[in-house]
Every structure is written in structure tokens, then in C-alpha cells.
Ligand binder design. Structure first.
Ligand code: ATP
Ligand code: FE
Length: 355
């Protein structure tokens, strides 16, 4: 099963071809990503209009490269998969419309996908992560704990009540004048910093359940930064390290609650981490310790599959097809891009959040 994946939901123009073998394993044949950081650098954040235009300019050549590197021409593909939301709707429209055109021109099925499902299944690109597993999804726009019971079978256990984890890294980077992309900049700045210099809060420590909150940390970081008149490089490193430690500790503490909530039988104690923040070594270390202490298995995709990429979209498409969930071409052609699109219902039912 060869699937072309197209991803344009934020500021990465991405396309990839993956193969799903008969035994369910994955081979990534190409994974082309054109990051737009430079286009947005002058504006201090992603500008939706610029992102959409950049996708228009770059998507065709990115897809051509993905096809060429994979060595699988369009007529050998089994399907096309594309992100249909959630995200910046202008960008999603570019990718989805292009995928529709390819599907029509080559008479292929089109699988429109929830971007979060791409992240949710990304660990299975490189590891045989068996269902069910607990998913900690930590990206630029989302921070959620989800019980992944199978393809298309997701139950949300917790979500952020304010900022997303990645967003808090991005805001901290901005506050410290570190530039973009925020997460990697904070991680680099934190090297050599003292994580115990600033005693930052433990958000929601007294609250039951496994929701997250990052806005208190953001305020504490601002206070720490403004308390120093002329910060030296060491001061910046110390603040970055203290923030990174507090953010990682919060993620681990809430994940521990979710582990208790689902308390799976011994053979099913698996934690999968996905989304851009999963690339952070300090976060990974904290989760490693948590899993070791509780005898859970931890799976984290390599960094390039944590941040946005086409391979995870192609793979989620392949998983849906293999599970017999291929929509008809009429169904997928009539699907409109969605700015908001929750992946999973909340475990108590009904209470759907923004994503
Ligand atoms: P979403 O998937 O919720 O729509 P997104 O697609 O923008 O959001 P991703 O591409 O999964 O998010 O991840 C990007 C986020 O990950 C950014 O907020 C970025 O700062 C963060 N990030 C990337 N690398 C690191 C790192 N090494 N440490 C911490 N954060 C990181
Ligand atoms: Fe993403």
C-alpha cells in the first residue's frame, strides 16, 4: 500500500510517500519538509496569509520531490491523504485542494485527515506501538492526554485549559529574545542553565483529573525575566532551564494522573508521546523517569516525525485504508477544510474542546 501524504496546516509545507506492508509495518520512502520560519521571522509569529501563500508557491515542488525521492510514480500510488484540519484554514485549503486534484487526475482514493490523528499515530511510523496506548500529544496548538484504543478510536482524558505546551515554549523564547522556532531555541539556551535557580509553580497540583495549564508558568517566567535589570547570558540560560524543567515536570505529573485513570493491565502499559514538544530532551528524560518508576514502556518518535511532517499524514491515511475506513471519492471531494476539529470526545462525553 503506497500512500502520498500532504501536510499544510501551519507553517511547514510537507509531502511524503510511505508504504504500509502486509504485516502492518511501515517504510518511509520520502519525507520532504519545507519549513517557513524565515518567511514569518520579521513578524514574531506565524502570519496566516503569508503561510497560505507560501504553501501555494511551494507545495507542487515539494510533492514532486516526495514522489521523485520515493521513486513511486503517481499511477503506482494506492491513495492520497491530506490534512483537512484543524489548523490555519488558508493553508489547509491549499493542501486539501491540491490532494483533491491529484486524486481526481489519477483516479485515486483521497483520505482527508485530522492533523491530530497524524500526530497520534506517528509513533507507529518507526516502532510497532501496539494498541491500546496512552498518548501524550504536545504540540504548538494542543496539549492533550488521549487513550488511543485503535485507528479512529480515541478518548480524550485531559486537555489544556489555557495555552498549549509548545505555545508556552514559543512565548518563553519571545520573552527571552531568543527568536524562532521557540522550542529548540529555549532548549539550546537552557544548556548550561541552572534549572533550580527560579522556583516556578506546579500548575493544577491540587486539581484532580489530568488537564494542563501553562499560563501561570508564562506569568512566572515574565516575572523572573523582569526582575533582572540587565540580564546576562547566564541569567537567560537559568530562566530557560528553570522554565523547561517546570514545563517538563507539569507534563509528567499530569501524565502520571492519566496513567492512574486508565490503569491498564500489565501488558498494555504503553505511553506514546507525539507533537513538536516531544523533541525536547528534558521533557523526554522526565517521562523516561516516570515510565521507569511505574514499569511503563515509553515510545517517542525521532524529532523529525514529532514536528509537522508529511509521513505521519501519509501513514494515518494508510492505517485508515487498512482498517477499511476509506471514504468514497464523492465523500472526500465534498469535504471542506476545518479550522477547528476535535480528535476525540471527552471521556465524560459531550464536552468537546477546541481541538
Ligand atoms: P498542532 O499540531 O497543535 O496544530 P503544530 O503543528 O504547530 O501545532 P508541531 O509542529 O507538532 O505543532 O510542533 C511545533 C511546536 O513544538 C512549537 O510550539 C515548537 O516550539 C515546539 N517544539 C519543537 N521543538 C521543540 C523542542 N526541542 N523543545 C520544546 N518545544 C519544541
Ligand atoms: Fe502539528
Amino acid at each position: 500500500l503506497f500512500v502520498l501524504g500532504v501536510e499544510t496546516s501551519c507553517d511547514d509545507t510537507a509531502a511524503a510517500v510511505v508504504c504500509r506492508r502486509a504485516d502492518g509495518s511501515c517504510q518511509i520512502l520520502s519525507n520532504e519538509v519545507w519549513a517557513q520560519h524565515d518567511d514569518h521571522a520579521a513578524f514574531g509569529g506565524v502570519v496566516p496569509e503569508i503561510a497560505a501563500r507560501s504553501h501555494v508557491e511551494r507545495l507542487d515542488s515539494t510533492i514532486e520531490r516526495a514522489i521523485a525521492v520515493a521513486g513511486i510514480p503517481f499511477d503506482r500510488l494506492s491513495a492520497v491523504a491530506a490534512t483537512a484540519g484543524p489548523g490555519l484554514v488558508g493553508g489547509v485549503m491549499v493542501g486539501l485542494t491540491t490532494a483533491k486534484a491529484i486524486a481526481l487526475a489519477h483516479n485515486l482514493p483521497l483520505v482527508p485527515l485530522n492533523h491530530l490523528e497524524g500526530h497520534a499515530l506517528s509513533a507507529r511510523l518507526t516502532e510497532p506501538a501496539a494498541f491500546p496506548y496512552l498518548l501524550l500529544l504536545i504540540s504548538g496548538g494542543h496539549t492533550q492526554l488521549i487513550h488511543v484504543r485503535g485507528v479512529g478510536d480515541y478518548v480524550r482524558l485531559g486537555t489544556t485549559i489555557d495555552d498549549a505546551a509548545g505555545e508556552s515554549f514559543d512565548k518563553t523564547a519571545k520573552l527571552l529574545g531568543l527568536g524562532a522556532p521557540g522550542g529548540p531555541m529555549v532548549e539550546a539556551a537552557a544548556t548550561g542553565g541552572r534549572a533550580n535557580r527560579f522556583d516556578l509553580p506546579r500548575p493544577l497540583a491540587q486539581r484532580a483529573g489530568c488537564d494542563f495549564s501553562f499560563s501561570g508558568l508564562k506569568t512566572a517566567v515574565r516575572e523572573a525575566a523582569t526582575s533582572i535589570e540587565q540580564p546576562t547570558g547566564q541569567d537567560v540560560a537559568d530562566i530557560a532551564a528553570s522554565f523547561q524543567f517546570a514545563a517538563a515536570r507539569h507534563l509528567a505529573q499530569r501524565t502520571e494522573k492519566a496513567m492512574e485513570m486508565i490503569s491498564p493491565p500489565e501488558g498494555d502499559c504503553r505511553l506514546v508521546v507525539a507533537g513538536g514538544v516531544a523533541a525536547n530532551c528534558s521533557v523526554k528524560k522526565m517521562l523516561q523517569d516516570l515510565c521507569a518508576a511505574n514499569s511503563w514502556q515509553l515510545m517517542v518518535p525521532p524529532p523529525k516525525y514529532c514536528t509537522d511532517n508529511g509521513a505521519m499524514i501519509a501513514w494515518a491515511g494508510a492505517e485508515r485504508i487498512a482498517a477499511g475506513m476509506t471514504p468514497t471519492l464523492d465523500e472526500s471531494l465534498s469535504l471542506a477544510p476545518r479550522a477547528r476539529w476535535p480528535l476525540a470526545p471527552h471521556k465524560d462525553g459531550g464536552k468537546l474542546g477546541s481541538g
